[in-house]
Design a protein around this ligand. Sequence first.
Ligand code: ADP
Ligand code: ADP
Ligand code: ZN
Length: 214
Amino acid sequence: MNLVLLGPPGAGKGTQAVRISKAFGLVHLSSGDILRAERKAKTELGAKAQDYMDRGVLVPDDLILSMMMDHIGRPEAANGFLLDGFPRTLAQAEGLDARLAEKDRKIETVINIEVDDAAVTRRLTGRSTCPKCGRIYHEEFSPPVKAGICDDCGEALTRRKDDSLEVVGQRLKTYHEETKPLIAYYQNGGLLKRVSGEGSVDDVTAAIQEACRR
Ligand code: ADP
Ligand code: ADP
Ligand code: ZN
């Protein structure tokens, strides 16, 4: 199965992607995580992406599309993949469909995780992540046992620079202008399934699994 998780920044895509990819045996491909890894490794792509990411606007479509097609083409993804944070523009979605069709592959299901702007703002401004294992926390909604420390590996948690209130505002604006049209795109293609993202993490996981079976 090839799956897309759609939704605003902070909807819980990363949190759910870990659980859903495990449940269905899919490779989890997060465009944001891949970009942050490229930056950390100081690659040419990482350097190109840096300024866009820090401002909360989108990295150019051609860079993202070739980066994601590279990962989709790897052997680990041959039995199915889950896309998280990609596609984010109509051009990316159309490019993805065209490139997959060349290989006789396609997206089978798109899950739109619905959370309103006020809730995603609270989620993003309280988010922290483990730099070592990638586990996602929230200071109020899913806090670690010991404040600031990862439960799994004892590493100090970090906050993303773009989770500041100011950049979050820009990211939401970008979402409404550029990503929201994808809902209609996938609806028209008959692939879209809507899930409320406002419940507990467990509730949302159950709703996504249910939607995949519908
Ligand atoms: P995205 O990948 O869509 O940006 P994340 O999975 O990183 O979203 O989640 C954003 C923040 O919201 C994190 O701090 C996470 O712990 C928290 N979160 C995720 N799902 C829920 C939920 N169902 N209820 C409350 N907080 C949540
Ligand atoms: P979020 O928590 O908003 O879901 P991500 O980790 O997915 O955040 O994205 C962080 C930043 O990386 C975005 O603000 C954007 O600059 C860049 N980015 C990630 N995915 C894409 C994409 N598909 N197209 C363009 N830019 C992207
Ligand atoms: Zn950890």
